[in-house]
Ligand binder design. Structure first.
Ligand SMILES: [Zn+2]
Length: 97
């Protein structure tokens, strides 16, 4: 099998939007803002939707996936904003500083 080389033609430089190559090694790695750890554990926050605002008119439970630090258990503030919480503790660790 011979490999075909695809030569880019000069003057016809068209970006192919369906073949976007993302180099994840160049992407920013999210680190825990509290302890610097970069391994996160997936968790789910459950939001209870009141019948008044629910589209079905009935109370509904809406799960929202968030991530907590695998080391200290804290959730990045940006994710807490998304779910409408300020502070959350996962893992049940109680630390006094
Ligand atoms: Zn942490």
């Amino acid at each position: 099998m011979a490999k075909r080389k695809f030569k880019p033609q000069p003057g016809q430089h068209q970006p192919a939007p369906q073949q976007v190559q993302v180099d994840l090694s160049q992407a920013e790695t999210m680190k825990c803002e509290y302890c610097g750890n970069y391994v996160f554990i997936k968790g789910t926050v459950l939001k209870r939707l009141s019948p008044l605002v629910s589209p079905t008119g009935q109370e509904a439970i809406v799960p929202i996936e968030i991530f907590s630090c695998g080391n200290c258990g804290k959730v990045p503030k940006t994710m807490l904003k998304d779910v409408g919480l300020e502070t959350i503790r996962m893992g049940g660790e109680s630390q006094t500083t």
